[in-house]
Design a binder for this molecule. Structure first.
Ligand code: SF4
Length: 314
């Protein structure tokens, strides 16, 4: 068990001052933060989120923005498909939900780009609902404090029920959820848990003397040289230009492995993050219209076959 009073009391003293936790932040703005925080550290999200909500404070404002502007504003947060999905999500909320973020998990789950974690995070953090919110940090704290294991292993269907069983039965449940996540992010970290300052008086892993896991050591994910890096370089070129760029300009973004570069450019077209103008140049998705002119009509790749067609035009 995890003592809710200890955890919530610690959170009141030790929580980080994050802008999306401040009073007056709307459910939409919290939802935007959750999209951005998926697989991206807080320090990188914070400035982008502040600019984003100043520029597009509501779903309808976001929906009215051009797709290329949205991709540009996403900057270097990585995993840019999230920006596209966020734009789609804003459009659905603006059109079908009176510009208001739904407050129930089932409806949230029906929106573009919203999965199990984000639906519950929004229901909990924006609408103060008693729902389990399970991310990597929460799974690790529960594995250690409750199950006496050094780490959580692979995600499983049991995780939600596991965390639901820990939630207090009263109105403090949302505070408990955010505190559990904060503990995993700042104290009970993956590599160096700071047990000396941990507010939990009971921790099964500590009580057992911190036994090592039997599983394989997890390697840190490599970034250098991956398709993610190459896609990021290509998008940087598109983002940095106010007009369509030529294939030759894009080629300079990655010269190490030309086959990899071609594959990554194809994938950007297929994912709808980039598009090709009628004269064979490239822009961010939605940017062909901005470029204007008869030679700048989009040849958008929505499928493998249309991407192949777009490629042939290079
Ligand atoms: S005592 Fe250490 S291992 Fe246990 S929950 Fe706290 S920080 Fe994590």
């Amino acid at each position: 068990m995890i003592d809710a009073g200890d955890l919530i009391g610690w959170y009141a003293r030790a929580q980080r001052d994050l802008p999306w936790r401040r009073p007056g932040v709307s459910p939409w703005q919290i939802l935007v933060s959750e999209f951005m925080l998926q697989q991206t550290p807080v320090a990188r999200v914070e400035p982008i989120w502040l600019d984003w909500i100043a520029r597009w404070p509501t779903p309808s404002a976001t929906a009215a923005a051009g797709a290329a502007d949205v991709l540009r504003a996403w900057g270097k947060l990585g995993y840019p498909r999230r920006a596209k999905r966020l734009h789609e999500c804003a459009t659905v909320i603006a059109n079908d939900h009176d510009d208001l973020v739904p407050d129930d998990v089932e409806t949230l789950l029906s929106l573009p780009g919203i999965g199990t974690y984000t639906a519950r995070a929004v229901a909990c953090f924006a609408f103060r609902q008693r729902v389990p919110v399970v991310d990597t940090n929460v799974r690790r704290v529960v594995a250690r404090a409750v199950h006496g294991l050094p780490d959580a292993g692979s995600p499983s269907a049991r995780d939600l029920a596991d965390v639901a069983a820990l939630l207090p039965d009263d109105e403090t449940a949302p505070q408990f959820s955010v505190a559990l996540m904060e503990l995993g992010a700042t104290v009970c970290t993956a590599r160096s848990p700071r047990c000396g300052v941990c507010p939990l008086r009971q921790c099964a892993w500590r009580a057992k003397g911190f036994p090592a896991g039997a599983g394989p050591v997890r390697r840190t994910q490599r970034y250098a040289g991956t398709d993610r890096q190459v896609r990021g370089r290509l998008l940087d070129v598109l983002r940095g230009s106010t007009s369509p760029v030529t294939r030759a300009e894009l080629d300079l973004a990655w010269t190490t492995d030309t086959a990899q570069r071609d594959r990554c450019l194809d994938s950007l077209l297929v994912d709808g993050l980039a598009e090709q103008t009628a004269d064979g140049r490239f822009v961010l998705f939605g940017g062909a219209g901005e470029a204007g002119g008869a030679d700048a009509q989009a040849v958008t790749a929505h499928s493998d076959s249309s991407a192949a067609e777009a490629n042939r035009r290079r």
